[in-house]
Design a protein around this ligand. Structure first.
Ligand SMILES: Cc1cc2nc3c(=O)[nH]c(=O)nc-3n(C[C@H](O)[C@H](O)[C@H](O)COP(=O)(O)OP(=O)(O)OC[C@H]3O[C@@H](n4cnc5c(N)ncnc54)[C@H](O)[C@@H]3O)c2cc1C
Length: 512
């Protein structure tokens, strides 16, 4: 890093925006690939992103923890599905161990980013000064912005109300009547935690969820000692988890195979809820996988407790201390918790990021979010997205795709450096043909069957799902193809300098 103290202009080789799961891994990967001068710009005073911000009771991961870790930093998880504080601790410890901390500029929000075509650099305006970088890695998160519903009268509610993603721990729920709006993944995690303390909980459900069993149990120190002594056994176990997740995603891509999985979810419901009417209210009317898959062994039992009532209706309004259901019911509440999810895949930075010709990325993405392999966007040279649009299946663990993307990005940057190029930009026709194939393949998956669901980041457009196997994405990302890009020599116009098929293998996986 060149440059001095805050307020001045500082020059970096690579700027990473965001110090969450992805930003931390990016620093490790870039340094391992020999890229130095990496700076991470983080708007908060602490790293961790999702796991820093989401503090609701019961918050944790819903893929096996062994998949929710970096391959270069195996961790002796205390449970099969770790909770939020253990994940946050893991991210902080890993960042400290790999010296990532020193690259992070905390309390530094990127307010504007412009591609400067003459200098072939990104110019970043931040709340603490200007940075420039040869390449920009966006790691600002896809589950960052809570979705707050517009419920008439909510502003005048006399008691406390808050979004589950920004849990207000000053509000003591003991002995209170709580109305929960929404039945997504967060409610499934926090309802079993708040039910024992609240006097009464009303759960407003506009759409029932498919819920699969969650085999969560503590992992003993003895097991970890064994796995520590036998790394091959740990790798095998990790591989088994990965293959199980992948196997579950097969019917999501081929809905005619969904029946056995739906039968498992129905059996789970029947085994957990004796009341026929409640079971009926909890039975989804759409195919499993059309919305985010949910796993839990504690949600259904919590709903059967005497102090919990499922309201199978949308919360349409608030009048004084009452939540009014779309079915006309009036429910008195002391506290309202909005568990209405996130603007999934929304990237606020896209409104601040200007590529060739000064076009904001949000404008290019106004009708669809196109990105080649979810990573490169035509017209935005030397820009790389982590967990960009359409890279996840319904069951993929984010770190799996993240690490493959980082291999791809480091291969691209190595090519840039060794080839003496100033910039790379994915060719528009490559981006377009990838996008068309993706849209076509998505048509027959279950992910496209509910346009009001989780995967549709824009009206009528699934901006989330990868329609093929994760193995296919990993293969595509493993082999960086220079001919997919135009390459700009220093001081010159863009040129296609590669022969077709001139693919460089990405550097090896991020292992010690
Ligand atoms: C409750 C919850 C549970 C999840 N569980 C799982 C799971 O079990 N399995 C799974 O695979 N995935 C899960 N995910 C999804 C995903 O793995 C996490 O969201 C993960 O933390 C994403 O990491 P990230 O680094 O991309 O983004 P984030 O964790 O969101 O971090 C982004 C960072 O960027 C910073 N930032 C944003 N804008 C700016 C700006 N303009 N300037 C500077 N800094 C900025 C933010 O402050 C933040 O620190 C879950 C998500 C949520 C919300």
């Amino acid at each position: 890093m060149d440059g001095a103290g805050s307020g001045s202009r500082q020059d970096a080789e690579v700027a990473v925006v965001g110090a969450g799961l992805c930003g931390v891994a990016a620093v490790v990967a870039l340094r391992r690939a020999g890229v130095h001068g990496v700076v991470v710009l983080e708007r908060s005073g602490r790293l961790g992103g999702t796991w820093r911000d989401n503090t609701y009771p019961g918050c944790g991961c819903d893929v096996p923890s062994m998949l929710y870790e970096y391959s270069f930093a195996p961790h002796p998880w205390s449970r099969c599905f770790a909770g939020r504080s253990e994940i946050l601790g893991y991210l902080e410890t890993t960042a400290a161990r790999y010296g990532v901390d020193e690259a992070i500029r905390y309390d530094t929000e990127v307010t504007r980013a412009d591609w400067e075509p003459d200098a072939h650099r990104w110019i970043l305006e931040t709340t603490t000064g200007t940075y420039t970088a040869r390449a920009l890695v966006v790691a600002t998160g896809s589950w960052h912005r809570p979705r707050v519903p517009d419920i008439p009268g909510l502003d005048a509610f006399p008691g406390p109300s808050f979004h589950s993603a920004r849990w207000d721990h000053d509000v003591d729920l003991t002995g209170r009547r709580v109305s929960v709006v929404g039945t997504g993944a967060s409610t499934v995690q926090f309802l079993p935690e708040i039910q024992p303390v609240a006097a009464h909980v009303d759960v407003f459900q506009s759409t029932p969820q498919w819920v699969l069993p969650k085999p969560d149990f503590p992992l003993s120190p003895g097991l970890h000692r064994f796995l520590g002594r036998h790394p091959a056994a740990r790798r095998a176990l990790r591989g088994l988890h990965h293959r199980t997740q992948e196997a579950i995603s097969v019917p999501l891509r081929r809905p005619r195979l969904l029946r056995p999985l739906e039968a498992v979810a129905r059996l789970h419901l029947r085994a957990s809820v004796a009341d026929r009417e409640l079971r009926r209210a909890l039975s989804p009317g759409y195919r499993l996988g059309a919305r985010r898959l949910i796993t839990s062994d504690t949600y259904y039992p919590a709903l059967t407790r005497p102090n919990v009532r499922l309201r199978p209706t949308r919360a349409a309004a608030v009048e004084g201390s009452h939540v009014i259901g779309a079915d006309g019911t009036r429910t008195r509440a002391d506290v309202i918790v909005l568990a209405t999810g996130y603007h999934v895949g929304d990237m606020p930075l896209a409104r601040r990021l200007h590529g060739t010709g000064g076009v904001p990325l949000a404008r290019k993405w106004s009708d669809d979010r196109r990105a080649y392999l979810g990573t490169s966007v035509s017209g935005y040279p030397n820009l790389f997205l982590l967990i960009g649009p359409n890279v996840l299946s319904g069951t993929t663990a984010v770190p799996t795709v993240l690490e493959a993307q980082l291999r791809y990005i480091t291969a691209a940057l190595t090519h840039l450096r060794t080839g003496g190029h100033a910039a790379l930009d994915v060719r528009p026709e490559v981006e377009e043909s990838h996008h068309e194939a993706l849209r076509e393949a998505l048509r027959t998956t279950v992910y496209s069957t509910d346009a009001s669901g989780y995967y549709f980041g824009l009206p009528g457009v699934n901006t989330f799902s990868w329609p093929w196997s994760t193995a296919r994405l990993l293969r595509r990302l493993h082999s960086f193809a220079p001919d997919a890009y135009t390459w700009t020599p220093p001081g010159g116009p863009p040129a296609q300098v590669r022969r077709a098929g001139d693919a460089s293998p990405a550097p090896g996986p991020l292992r010690p």
